[in-house]
Structure formats: structure tokens, C-alpha cells
Design a protein around this ligand. Structure first.
Ligand SMILES: NC(=O)c1ccc[n+]([C@@H]2O[C@H](COP(=O)([O-])OP(=O)(O)OC[C@H]3O[C@@H](n4cnc5c(N)ncnc54)[C@H](OP(=O)(O)O)[C@@H]3O)[C@@H](O)[C@H]2O)c1
Length: 210
């Protein structure tokens, strides 16, 4: 599958490396695809990965992952005039200055992304755990859980397959509106990891009684 990852930071690297190892074609969408930083990332991810300007990366891919800081999300989503039904995985968290959520009760960041990215089929995923766990979703013999939300069942099936291929157990929380619960869950992770001092190698697991 051709996957564009917009953002060449922690999340982009973790997901891009994992999917490249699974044989997917990765194109990183970057504001500066020729930069030393991006060239170093390509060398790390492997020879099949390429980088391009964001519009070219989106045009080349079947699935697009948004993995950039919240401050750049609206401009980036609106820079593509028509997403043409493309699957857009929103891995961002709408974190405002002061480390608070910019949205929550009445609307989620994911719903704002869907509003800005006209014509995209948006699925919220990869926002409730750290990049280190995206690289290594298994903890001993357990798979950590990746929660997803979205309105399009086929799009969620694709995201489920992609997350499972990395080693996650997937829990579909519901419609895109339920991203209003997943974004605060990311804040729980952030507080546990960074404020309470548990470190970044922690992850959520949904337990099911057989
Ligand atoms: N870090 C985590 O563990 C983690 C976990 C879950 C979710 N998230 C969320 O995922 C997103 C990415 O996190 P990250 O840690 O990977 O971020 P990051 O490393 O700080 O940045 C990711 C990339 O985004 C691009 N970028 C930066 N500012 C931009 C702007 N204004 N407009 C467009 N592109 C911009 C840059 O790539 P180029 O310079 O190549 O354009 C940068 O390398 C955030 O929304 C974060 O809240 C992070």
C-alpha cells in the first residue's frame, strides 16, 4: 500500500519505519523534503522510502497519516483543496499552549481535521500512545491497544489492518465524534508518562474477559 506520512518527526519515523518493514511504500510529506533531517530519516527507514513536498506526497498515496504539531494542522489540511475520498489518519493531538486540550467536550480535533480536510475519510488513530510504543507495540507477550474512531467502516478496516500489522490490538471506539474521548485519553497518557514520572514506555491495554 502507498502510505504518505505528513511529518518527519517522532510519530512519522515510528510509523514509517514499521510499515516500510512490512513492505509498504512510504512517502514522507515534508515542508523541506531535501533537508538533512529528512535525508537522514530516509536513510534510517530504508531504501524504499522517499520524501516529497506535502501536496505531492498526498497525491501519490492511498492512505495519508497526519503526524504534525497541532499548530500546523489547519493550514496543512486546507492546503489540499480536495482530498478526493482519501483515507486520512489523524494521529495528532490538539494540544494548546500550556499543555491543555484545545478541544474536547463539544468537538474534537479529529472532527476539526475532517472539517478542514474537505473530502477526506478521517480516522482517529495513533494518538493515545507514545512514538516508542508505535515502534514496539508489544509488551512481553501482550499487545498494547490502539483505539480508533471514524465514520467510514471500510476506512476503519484499513486502519485496523495497518495497526495490527505493527503489532497492536485494535479497539474501535465508534464514530469520529468519539475522538472527543480519545484525545483526553492521550492527555492521561501524557500525564502518566511525563508528569507522574512513569516514562514513555507505557501503553494502554483493553482487557476482555473470554
Ligand atoms: N510524540 C509522540 O509520542 C506522539 C504520540 C501520539 C501523538 N502525537 C501527536 O502526533 C503529532 C506529531 O508528533 P511528533 O512528536 O512526531 O511531532 P514533532 O516531531 O515535533 O514534529 C513532526 C513533524 O511535523 C512537521 N512540522 C512541524 N511543524 C509544522 C507545521 N507548522 N506545519 C506543518 N508541518 C510541521 C515537521 O516535519 P518537516 O520539518 O519535515 O515538515 C516535524 O518533524 C502531534 O500532533 C502530537 O501531539 C505524538
Amino acid at each position: 500500500m502507498k502510505i504518505a506520512i505528513i511529518g518527519t518527526g517522532n510519530v512519522g519515523q515510528a510509523l514509517g519505519s514499521g510499515w516500510a518493514q512490512q513492505g509498504h511504500d512510504i512517502v514522507f510529506g515534508s515542508r523541506d523534503p531535501q533537508s538533512e533531517k529528512v535525508q537522514a530519516l530516509l536513510a534510517e527507514v530504508g531504501e524504499t522510502a522517499v520524501a516529497a513536498a506535502i501536496p505531492e506526497a498526498v497525491a501519490a498515496a492511498e492512505v495519508v497519516v497526519l503526524a504534525i504539531p497541532w499548530s500546523g494542522v489547519q493550514n496543512t489540511a486546507e492546503s489540499i483543496a480536495d482530498w478526493g475520498g482519501k483515507l486520512l489518519i489523524d494521529a495528532t493531538n490538539p494540544i494548546a499552549p500550556g499543555f491543555t486540550l484545545a478541544f474536547g467536550k463539544d468537538v474534537s480535533g479529529a472532527e476539526m481535521v475532517a472539517h478542514w480536510a474537505k473530502g477526506a475519510r478521517v480516522v482517529k488513530a495513533f494518538n493515545t500512545t507514545g512514538a516508542e510504543t508505535m515502534s514496539h507495540p508489544r509488551y512481553g507477550d501482550q499487545s498494547s491497544t490502539m483505539f480508533i474512531a471514524g465514520d467510514d467502516p471500510a476506512a476503519k478496516q484499513t486502519v485496523t489492518r495497518l495497526a495490527e500489522a505493527l503489532g497492536f490490538d485494535v479497539a474501535d471506539v465508534g464514530a469520529l465524534q468519539t475522538a472527543r474521548y480519545l484525545e483526553p485519553l492521550a492527555m492521561v497518557w501524557i500525564h502518566l508518562a511525563m508528569v507522574q514520572g512513569n516514562g514513555r514506555h507505557i501503553a494502554f491495554k483493553l482487557l476482555r474477559r473470554e
